[in-house]
Design a protein around this ligand. Structure first.
Ligand SMILES: Cc1ncc(C[n+]2csc(CCOP(=O)(O)OP(=O)(O)O)c2C)c(N)n1
Length: 555
């Protein structure tokens, strides 16, 4: 039995015992019992955000770049509410977060104090587990359990509400390190045998990969099985690099907006291996099975997603272990088809290389225009990006160009997850804290940046040398592109209600300077590369406002 300490000390000691380094938050009075004690724990730094969405997304960046739990402090009902857009992304992206919310005093909850509420019910759909602590003695155990639940596959955010009088009460329960589950379980031999049969009979297989591949460090294995089968590899839903940048069978990302477009990319294939990914994750769906009557092998650790919408032969287990076992079983069985597969592989490699060349050639149209095209801007930035810098990518309508021009190194590329925009400003804060030796550059659409623009102040306050590049087309261009794809003519799409960020125009340089961040506006494409190099030389947070064209692509 430990000597009695306050609930707040028990909470903080439990975080220290779990190896937590940072708490990302925005304070209110209900969290004071905890925050007042924080200076006694030099192992725990507090990153102050001016809006809860910044705190949650910065913690997500930290969790994703470190592989550890991200810890967040939010203030009561409204603070939790403000953080919920980014909590949605963490839930969808399976990011392990521990979100502590300060509740009003338990003794007065029956009076419904201002700011209080049923926090557990409020966050229920987004939390993997949500609970309200009832006694101080529960605190260490609940914190440990929360960390374990958040970090067990499928990972996700866990929310712990603690009333402020419970935080101040005495706790005599012990603090010990949490016991975590090693998620890298091997698949059953029966499931591997069944999947081997399916793939041995496949004539034109295609591979879909997602973040489970990056997390299991299975990039080599993905290449190996792709070569063995002569199958192209598509990113079905990737927010991190899941295919080696030089892999010739890397066919790029599956169209993620419209299921009909994804189907077009899959037209020629009779079998699908989906590894560590959803099947599929389009914004606009089609009725019926996402992959039709194709034979599907679905591999991964996310029990909810495996076979969710598409009947499949399921291999439940660590992606890397599963592919290794499949390769061992398939190699002897495919030996007799070696020549046919080699031809197929060559055809795919050539098709992919041709498509990349054609896309780059199309980019050259309008290369010297003013305002510059997003493709030109991205290519100029990519040419001067240090090879070991980390790229955060919320470039929306420039996503495709980012894939063409940047080298997306394993562990060096992070996209937003879940579709709630605004992550591109705060994610790099957490990533920079997790990887203090790396330079971090974030490409963000102007529209997306404004949801979380106060991230700049947080980076300046904590002296984190993040570089943001705003791709400024004075519009929500993707919304215009989407209505156009859905049948509206270009002229009407360009006037889409609420999609032009003009009158007045936004002055990003002033916004940055007002938050203590150096900034520069760039309009000449020939200056973009040098501007990035200068920004990185600063070793302080820096914003580049790159003015690009918002013109819609031809119908
Ligand atoms: C939290 C949230 N609010 C609104 C949206 C809808 N939305 C999706 S993309 C977008 C506009 C993005 O504009 P910008 O970042 O400038 O990129 P662009 O489309 O111009 O490339 C909006 C408003 C969303 N996905 N998430």
């Amino acid at each position: 039995m430990a000597d009695s300490i306050s609930g707040a000390d028990a909470f903080l000691e439990q975080l220290v015992a779990a190896g937590v380094e940072w708490i990302f938050g925005n304070p209110g009075t209900t969290e004071q019992p905890l925050l007042q004690r924080l200076p006694n724990y030099p192992q725990l730094g507090f990153i102050v955000a001016l809006h809860e969405s910044v705190a949650v997304a910065a913690a997500e960046g930290y969790a994703r770049a470190s592989g550890k739990i991200g810890v967040v402090e939010l203030h009561a009902g409204p603070g939790l509410g403000n953080g919920m857009g980014m909590l949605y992304n963490a839930a969808e992206g399976r990011t392990p977060l521990l979100v502590y919310v300060g509740q009003s005093e338990q003794s007065g909850l029956y009076l419904q104090p201002t700011l209080s509420g049923d926090l557990v019910a409020q966050v229920h759909p987004l939390a993997k587990w949500a609970t309200e602590v009832r006694t101080a003695d529960e605190i260490p155990q609940i914190v440990r359990r929360a960390i374990k639940v958040a970090m067990t596959d499928p990972c996700g955010p866990v929310v712990v509400s603690v009333p402020m009088d419970v935080m101040s009460a005495e706790c005599s329960a012990p603090v010990v390190a949490p016991s975590l589950i090693d998620n890298r379980v091997r698949p059953s031999s029966a499931s591997v045998a069944a999947a081997t049969d399916v793939l041995a009979a496949a004539e034109r297989p295609v591979i879909l990969v997602g973040d489970g591949v990056a997390r299991a460090d299975a990039l080599d294995e993905v290449s190996e099985i792709a070569h063995l089968l002569g199958a192209p590899i598509y990113g079905a839903f990737m927010s991190q690099t899941c295919v080696h940048p030089d892999e010739p069978l890397n066919a790029g990302r599956m169209p993620s907006v419209d299921a009909a477009h994804a189907e077009r990319s899959l037209r020629d294939y009779d079998s699908v291996i989906a590894i560590g990914t959803k099947v599929l994750s389009n914004v606009f769906t089609r009725p019926g099975l996402p992959l039709g009557d194709r034979h599907v092998v679905h591999i991964g650790l996310d029990q909810w997603e495996l076979g969710k919408n598409q009947p499949a032969t399921i291999v439940y287990g660590d992606e890397r272990a599963a592919i290794r076992e499949l390769v061992d079983g398939l190699a002897p069985r495919l030996a007799r088809d070696e020549d046919r597969i080699a031809e197929q592989r060559e055809r795919e490699v050539n098709r992919i290389a041709d498509a990349k060349l054609r896309a780059r050639a199309a980019d050259r149209q309008g290369w010297d225009e003013h305002p510059m095209t997003p493709e030109r801007a991205v290519s100029e930035l990519a040419a001067r990006m240090p090879s070991d810098a980390i790229l955060i990518d919320e470039s929306l309508t420039a996503y495709a160009a980012v894939g063409r021009y940047f080298r997306l190194n394993p562990g060096g590329w992070f996209r937003l997850r879940g579709g709630g925009i605004g992550a591109g400003m705060p994610l790099p804060i957490g990533i920079q804290l997790a990887r203090p030796d790396c330079r971090v550059v974030s490409l963000v659409g102007d529209g997306s940046s404004l949801y979380t623009i106060t991230s700049m102040w947080t980076a300046a306050h904590h002296q984190l040398p993040v570089v943001w590049v705003i791709l400024n087309n004075a519009s929500y261009r993707i919304l215009k592109e989407n209505v156009r794809h859905r049948g509206l003519d270009s002229e009407s799409a360009d006037q889409l209600v609420g999609a032009n960020l003009t009158d007045p125009s936004l002055d990003f340089v002033s916004l940055a300077r007002g938050m203590g961040v150096a900034a520069r506006r760039v309009t000449d494409p020939d200056e973009v590369g040098d501007a990035l190099v200068d920004a990185l030389r600063h070793e302080q947070p820096y914003l580049l406002d790159v003015v690009i064209s918002g013109r819609l692509s031809p119908s």
